[in-house]
Ligand binder design. Structure first.
Ligand SMILES: C[S@@+](CC[C@H](N)C(=O)[O-])C[C@H]1O[C@@H](n2cnc3c(N)ncnc32)[C@H](O)[C@@H]1O
Length: 266
């Protein structure tokens, strides 16, 4: 990746990307990212009846699962399309369109904040971590999940490898924590009144009968249809070939290493 860290550019890119692929996200990626619900719940020490914020809730599946586990959940996302989907699918939770950089909540009202596969996309993580600290009650916990090292990402790696071969992956704008390891999270957390930092690595699995839904999800996310047709075809063919190497007797299994972080507000 290049140093394309202009925060406004990153923010606009993220908003457009997630809005464009909101429907596809629900039908494909959400199966994978939903694997972390219990990890986030346990790491944020959430209890039945707790007031919980799901920050960057996307199509709302984590907020919905937390609600089923007994929490009182509010999900926020800056994509109005994601929020519309979340409201329709998970009426037991409350959803609000909002930018995580400027949360529309009073101070110290949440027992816990959880954020699943969001913070590595943030254009201004320091500002968001400060907002999370502001809305958390003292002693409340923040848990988050991001991808582990790039070489431990099977399906993501298969797609990124194909884009790198036939196009230029460095063209994608990205925020300062994209691809970072756990040490990069220490400063934004400790600078914002968080203590008791903990990090764990876990592996989650994405299973599919065919490679098609997985491939489709990545092509849509990467906006590959906007590229010249010959490049599109090459990327698709190479990504398919790379994904095929994860075939097992029971279909396809894609393992992904994740980093689970948690911290307590002082
Ligand atoms: C990879 S998706 C994760 C969705 C969901 N949390 C999950 O578990 O799959 C990232 C989400 O973060 C949202 N997001 C990114 N930056 C944001 C910001 N500054 N404020 C609010 N939402 C943001 C995006 O719109 C998108 O829905």
């Amino acid at each position: 990746m290049t140093d394309q860290l202009n925060a406004d550019v990153v923010s606009q890119y993220e908003l457009e990307t997630w809005t464009r692929c909101a429907e596809a996200y629900l039908s494909h990626f959400a199966d994978l990212t939903g694997e972390t619900v219990q990890l986030l719940w346990d790491a944020a020490r959430i209890k039945t009846g707790n007031k919980v914020l799901d920050l960057g809730c996307g199509p709302g599946h984590v907020a919905g699962a937390f609600t089923d586990l007994g929490a009182v959940v509010t999900g926020i996302d800056f994509s109005g399309t994601m929020i519309d989907i979340a409201r329709q699918r998970y009426p037991g939770a409350t959803f609000q369109e909002a930018n995580a950089e400027d949360l529309p909540f009073d101070d110290a009202i949440f027992d816990a904040v959880a954020s699943n596969f969001v913070v590595h996309h943030l254009a201004r993580p320091h500002r968001v971590f400060s907002e999370i600290a502001r809305v958390l009650k003292p002693g409340g916990c923040f848990s988050f999940v991001v991808w582990g090292p790039p070489e431990a990402q099977s399906s993501v790696g298969a797609f990124f490898g194909a884009v790198a071969t036939h196009h230029d992956i460095a063209q994608l704008p990205h925020g300062p924590l994209f691809g970072a390891d756990e040490s990069a999270y220490e400063s934004p957390l400790t600078a914002n009144s968080f203590t008791d930092l903990q990090f764990e690595n876990h592996t989650i699995l994405w299973k599919s009968d065919t490679v098609d839904p997985v491939l489709q999800a990545f092509l849509e996310w990467g906006n590959i249809s906007a590229l010249p047709q010959d490049i599109q075809q090459k990327i698709e063919a190479t990504a398919r070939e790379n994904l095929e190497s994860y075939k097992t007797a029971e279909g396809y299994t894609f393992p992904h290493e994740i980093l689970l972080g948690s911290a307590k507000k002082l």
